[in-house]
Design a protein around this ligand. Structure first.
Ligand code: AMP
Ligand code: TRP
Length: 332
């Protein structure tokens, strides 16, 4: 593995899906690899963001990443809009990607919904910007949750098409890193929907900022079924809500879903739910304390981003220069 890149939208409500699907893995990977982690504010504005909230959320999500254990000395943490190469390379990719490829993206279909004619053009070309984020640093490995897999396959196709259109071997192939037992955390209210920042129901997700009482209440209210708990993961397909809660337990306790099935299979949900709530509080509690401390220190958070932006710009500049040369932009 050479270089790692990943991104998170600074849109508030960081939740357990973000933590188990992505952020916790980032914290582990930084121990061994050169990493860049990006607050993707350009992606965020593909749907409406109130400016003051965007600023506040960018600081809050940065604080969340730091509180979870990202080390700004080791790792480059920055916000996307401040490195102009992201938008520049994305434009070039707009001219590489074929419409047919974008038409297959399920996330666009989900997000645009019935309002397709009214969706922003940014939302449509969002995957091109994502490819640019990664390839601007020639990153090879991208740790994300399961929901981003299709976008990363597209990024790979874009890199390949760029190389073959221009007859170069310039961009590396991208490998998704989908790690752990909770790569697709589902809504607590509906096992067919992923846990999401934008779900209208607060009971659908556990926010990283929820206190112990809120966590316990949400887990108590989480939808289950009337049967005793599954004894093996092959029952999860028919019982998605049970599978989701047991996957959360496995993710939070760093064990396997098989182990969780062995331990709780055949029991009632009530005791398990209490223990899952205690476990979530014990994992999230220390992160929340640190988040509160950092939220009270916006200058520190800004300084981390400033430093990250500088380092990211320095890494991006030679790659963008080489791309301009390959594409044939005259630099008089
Ligand atoms: P986003 O909040 O959409 O910017 O996502 C940031 C990261 O969290 C990405 O790597 C996503 O794949 C991951 N993620 C978001 N929601 C979930 C979920 N429900 N389960 C697992 N991973 C998720
Ligand atoms: N699209 C990702 C999400 O919504 C965020 C993202 C933007 C990203 N650029 C990226 C993730 C580059 C990995 C690599 O979760």
């Amino acid at each position: 593995m050479s270089r790692i890149f990943s991104g998170v939208q600074p849109t508030g409500n960081l939740h357990l899906g973000n933590y188990l699907g992505a952020i916790r893995n980032w914290v582990r990977l930084q121990e061994e690899y050169e990493c860049l982690f990006c607050l993707v504010d350009l992606h965020a504005i593909t749907v409406w963001q109130a400016p003051d909230e965007l600023r506040r959320n960018t600081r809050e999500v940065t604080a969340g990443l730091l509180a979870a254990g990202l080390d700004p000395k080791r790792t480059v943490i920055f916000n996307q809009s401040q490195v102009s190469g992201h938008a520049q390379l994305a434009w070039i990719f707009n001219c590489v990607t074929r419409l047919g490829w974008l038409n297959r993206m399920t996330q666009f279909k989900e997000k645009a919904g019935k309002q397709r004619e009214n969706a922003s053009s940014g939302l449509y070309v969002y995957p091109n910007l994502m490819a640019a984020d990664i390839l601007l640093y020639k990153a090879t490995h991208v740790p994300v949750g399961e929901d981003q897999k299709q976008h990363l396959e597209l990024s790979r196709d874009i890199a390949q098409k760029f190389n073959s259109d221009f007859g170069v071997d310039f961009f590396p192939l991208i490998e998704p890193l989908i790690m752990g037992e909770a790569t697709r955390v589902m809504s607590l209210r509906d096992g067919s929907q992923k846990m999401s920042k934008s779900d209208a129901s607060e009971y659908s997700r556990i926010n990283m900022t929820d206190d112990a009482d809120a966590i316990a209440l949400k887990i108590r209210r989480a939808r289950t079924d009337p049967h005793p708990m599954p004894e093996a993961p092959d029952e999860f397909a028919e019982r998605p809500e049970a599978g989701n809660l047991m996957g959360l337990f496995a993710g939070l306790s760093d064990t396997s879903v098989e182990d969780v099935c062995k331990r709780y299979g055949g029991e009632q949900f009530s005791t398990f739910k209490q223990q899952l709530a205690d476990l979530a509080v014990s994992v999230l509690g220390p992160i929340q304390d640190e988040m509160r401390r950092l939220t009270a220190e916006p200058d520190h958070v800004d300084a981390v981003l400033r430093d990250g932006v500088e380092r990211a710009r320095a890494l991006a500049a030679p790659v963008l220069d080489a791309v301009f040369e390959i594409v044939g932009f005259l630099r008089p």
